[in-house]
Design a binder for this molecule. Structure first.
Ligand code: NAD
Ligand code: UGA
Length: 465
């Protein structure tokens, strides 16, 4: 089957970059990314590439090359569905905030809406690809909706989860560890899988394209995120022991990471993992386990999330305790708000929880982040509903100059590991702070000895001395 037109529903952090790379690598295929959010689509179409709605190193170059050639961003969802042979569903699947499974299960309402719309609009056979992260067995629900509400056309549902990480999305997409495609084993299913394999083969070696049954593919995505998050929680648990014992978590991580069975990646202790997916996907896994009555399995994975909450809480507790048990009226500068470096995404960022805790203690916070907007920061805080919008705006300020942000502060907290922070003129920052000047490095990026020599009182995550 020769694919000429692809449609992707959802122009977010996954849909945008993923389709941009497919379009770049497959100039013979038209790729249309659609979204109901017209502002987002307008931003994807902005002539000024610095205004793209997703900041990812290297993405602007790819969009520049393919946009208008065979990459299109549009709000005309039905037209794009109609014209495409393959439709990727890449919409958000947040944790449910209501009803059964509230706070745990994935909310599939956007997925169902897409399935119903595809069924209603399609006049020819289509391949529907789950790109969003979904609970295992969602494909059967999608297939049922497609088959029962459609126009007697045939649908194949494939699972093709995305493993890109934000900040490195472009290189992850260009050089993936693997591409996973789950499909039906019927002849039509195999044909659909092969059609998708052929697309990836334009730039991914065949040996890295793994095909499985649909359920294995869906479950592998949740499992991958659970394992990655578990490593972060594991090293964060050890970071607390390090702080009590004088061990250094970076040295421990290096020592264990050199064991090829353990490996060195994802062993960086931090103030806690953030991002839109780790917590959501583990909670989803916990919910699935619970729904099958697997209490021990559910409890095992839930502990990863509990540990992460603890890490954020103990970071803010430590700030309060170190500042003589009160931060009321004290200025604390936050360097970083994004959930990791090289992204403007703040979803579930540890900074939000740490700020909320400190604001509850009546601290005055000043935030600097090189990529996150003031509106985003206030929206993150307002979403918590801990206090009114006016109170948030009175207590927390956002500045566009890090030196100004740190000026007159009692303490600096590093919440994101932006590389630029390492090269700041720390002596100048120190000279303009209240004394004693404290620094709380929640990302372990600073050289404590250098900072102490300048005069800072330092806390570095996972460092006991
Ligand atoms: P996102 O919120 O950035 O983007 C989703 C987009 O879908 C939004 O722009 C929204 O307007 C749009 N949308 C929702 N319903 C729609 C509909 N009916 N029609 C048209 N557009 C609609 O989300 P994201 O971060 O791109 O994540 C999407 C999925 O990919 C999630 O399931 C997530 O778990 C998964 N995922 C995310 C990442 C990541 O790094 N963000 C990585 C791998 C997988
Ligand atoms: C993660 C996975 O890495 C991707 O494979 C997956 O596709 C994606 O989730 C998803 O499904 O959304 P992402 O959340 O973008 O990607 O970023 P990560 O690099 O995994 O970082 C997640 C969080 O863990 C960040 O807050 C990061 O700072 C933290 N982290 C990561 C640590 O604290 N220590 C580490 O060693 C690694």
């Amino acid at each position: 089957m020769k694919i000429k037109n692809i449609c992707c529903i959802g122009a977010g952090y996954v849909g945008g970059p993923t389709m941009a790379v497919i379009a770049q690598k497959c100039p013979h295929i038209n790729v249309t990314v659609v979204d109901i959010n017209s502002e987002r689509i307008a931003a994807w179409n902005d002539e000024d590439l610095s205004k793209l709605p997703v900041f990812e190193p290297g993405l602007d170059t790819i969009v520049k090359e393919a946009r208008g050639r065979n990459l299109f961003f549009s709000t005309e969802v039905e037209k794009a569905i109609n014209e495409a042979e393959i439709i990727f569903i890449s919409v958000n699947t947040p944790t449910k905030t209501y009803g059964k499974g509230k706070g745990m299960a994935a909310d599939l309402k956007y997925i169902e809406l897409c399935a119903r719309q595809i069924a209603r609009v399609s006049k020819e056979d289509k391949i529907v690809v789950e790109k969003s992260t979904l609970p295992v067995r969602t494909a059967s629900a999608i297939k049922s909706i497609l088959d029962n509400t459609g126009n007697d056309v045939r649908f194949q549902v494939l699972s093709n989860p995305e493993f890109l990480a934000e900040g490195t999305a472009v290189s992850d997409l260009l050089n993936p560890d693997r591409v996973l495609i789950g499909g039906d084993t019927s002849p039509e299913g195999v044909k659909a899988v092969n059609a998708l394999v052929e697309i990836y083969e334009n730039w991914v070696p065949k040996t890295l394209i793994l095909t499985t049954n649909v359920w294995s593919s869906e479950l592998s995505k949740l499992t991958a995120n659970a394992f990655l998050a578990q490593r972060v929680s594991s090293i964060n648990a050890i970071s607390e022991i390090c702080e009590k014992t004088g061990a250094d978590v970076n040295e421990v991580a290096k020592a264990i990471g050199m064991d090829s069975r353990i490996g060195s990646k994802f062993l960086k202790a931090s103030v806690g993992y953030g991002g839109s997916c780790f917590q959501k996907d583990i909670l989803n896994l916990v919910y699935i386990a619970k729904s099958y009555g697997l209490e021990e399995v559910a409890n095992y994975w839930e502990q990863v999330v509990i540990m992460n909450e603890h890490q954020k809480q103990r970071f803010s507790d430590n700030i309060v305790q170190t500042l003589y048990n009160t931060v009321s009226g004290k200025k604390i500068a936050f360097l970083g708000w994004a959930f990791k470096k090289d992204t403007n995404d703040t979803r579930e960022s540890a900074a939000i929880k740490v700020a909320d805790n400190l604001l509850n203690e009546q601290a005055e916070i000043v935030v600097y982040d090189p990529k996150v907007s003031q509106e985003r920061i206030y929206a993150d805080l307002d979403y918590l509903n801990s206090r009114t919008s006016e109170e948030n705006r009175a207590l927390l300020k956002v500045l566009s100059d890090p030196y100004e942000a740190c000026k007159d502060s009692h303490a600096i907290a590093i919440l994101t590991e932006w590389d630029a922070f390492k090269t700041y003129d720390w002596k100048r920052i120190y000279n303009n702070m209240q004394k004693p000047a404290f620094i709380f490095d929640g990302r372990g990026i600073l050289d404590i000895k250098v900072m102490e020599n300048i005069g800072f009182v330092c806390y570095k995550i996972g460092s006991g001395d």
